[in-house]
Design a protein around this ligand. Structure first.
Ligand SMILES: NC(=O)c1ccc[n+]([C@@H]2O[C@H](COP(=O)([O-])OP(=O)(O)OC[C@H]3O[C@@H](n4cnc5c(N)ncnc54)[C@H](OP(=O)(O)O)[C@@H]3O)[C@@H](O)[C@H]2O)c1
Length: 326
């Protein structure tokens, strides 16, 4: 039978259904600047049950929201951070307490990577935890290796890998030097690529999901959006998109999907750093709904791409920007 639904609207419906589940499970108490999404608070959410997700840079901002969205679908999640152990533990604890209510008195395992492969903090762990926090520097290959090993040690498998952690510096051509360039390509391209290389050896297949994060600045059509000081950031994110495209052809043969979510401006520390309120307001004015995204605007799309329903979405760059760039 021929479907009468346009591909784009079919995609929107699927994302919407994941969003409904996410929002019904993850009540964040905000006053609702976003559209409210109907859904029963008691609805059974199982799309990712039994799966394990690793999200780099997930102690706060977009990564934390993605971790919550994946956990709300039933996945066990690894919360990765570099510095802020308190935030990471809060995210993990929140997931464990709200989504694993059968466990009484949960405790959290904190692990620490100092580059020498040793754990220097370890709290006793209970059997039924859904989230753990792991300190590891995702801008390095050794940090990614440690993160993967901890994931496998605790959860014994990996289904979903989200390469979220990233570096965004602001320098023009005349201001950059080799170390600034290298820092962006090491963090945004090299370390994620080698984490994928190692993870792909052990990830569950078919059905593995690899999701990179990029920026709408790689295709921005708004003159004021692409500033000269975005040089290394945008160059490295452009490389990320091309890495993902090629990997979709390679790992796709083993039943993985590899996609990129390209975000418009999202209200996070990374975005706010060095951005004046005037600039933020002028960017918001160019978004059809006149606001900057919040992390929870992004996470349901990542959760959809991670779900079995997205098995036919492979090698794509999905713009999630509220119509800022079309
Ligand atoms: N925000 C935007 O407007 C925007 C737009 C387009 C694309 N993006 C992309 O979206 C992704 C997330 O951005 P965001 O704005 O949510 O970032 P963010 O606010 O800077 O959040 C950074 C997260 O990454 C962690 N982190 C930082 N360095 C790390 C490292 N070396 N190793 C492990 N974890 C590290 C931080 O943990 P600790 O603080 O605990 O160390 C924190 O949890 C990035 O790839 C970014 O390029 C963002």
């Amino acid at each position: 039978m021929v479907s009468t639904i346009e591909p784009k609207s079919r995609f929107r419906r699927l994302v919407c259904s994941v969003a409904q589940k996410f929002h019904s499970h993850h009540h964040n108490g905000r006053s609702g600047r976003s559209e409210s999404v109907a859904g029963s608070a008691n609805s059974t959410v199982t799309a990712l049950r039994g799966k394990v997700a690793l999200i780099t840079g997930s102690s706060k901002s977009t990564g934390a929201s993605i971790a919550r969205a994946l956990a709300a679908q039933g996945a066990s999640v690894v919360i990765n951070y570099a510095k802020d152990s308190r935030s990471a533990e809060e995210v993990a604890q929140q997931i464990n307490l709200s989504l694993n209510s059968t466990s009484v008195s949960l405790s959290l395992t904190s692990m620490n990577h100092q580059g020498d492969g040793r754990n220097d903090v370890e709290v006793p762990r209970q059997q039924q935890q859904q989230a753990i926090a792991v300190k590891a520097d995702s801008s390095t290959i050794s940090g990614g290796h440690y993160l993967l090993q901890e994931t496998l040690r605790v959860f014994r498998r990996l289904d979903i890998l989200v390469l979220n952690a990233g570096l965004m510096g602001s320098r023009t051509l005349s201001e950059i030097d080799e170390s600034f360039f290298d820092a962006h390509f090491d963090f945004n391209v090299k370390a994620p690529l080698f984490l994928v290389k190692e993870a792909a050896e052990v990830m569950v297949r078919p059905g593995g999901r690899i999701i990179f994060l990029s920026t709408s600045l790689t295709t921005a059509s708004i003159p004021s959006a692409l500033l000269p000081n975005a040089l290394c950031y945008v160059a490295s994110k452009g490389a990320v998109e091309q890495v993902a495209r090629v990997l979709s052809k390679d790992l796709g043969t083993q039943g993985f999907t590899v996609n990129t979510v390209a975000l418009g401006p999202v209200d996070t520390a990374l975005f706010r750093a060095g951005t004046s309120q005037h600039v933020i307001s002028s960017i918001a004015a160019q978004v059809p709904s006149h606001r900057i995204a919040e992390p929870d605007d992004i996470a349901p799309v990542v959760a959809f791409l991670a779900s079995p329903a997205a098995q036919w979405v492979n090698g794509q760059i999905i713009g999630v920007n509220g119509g800022y760039v079309v």
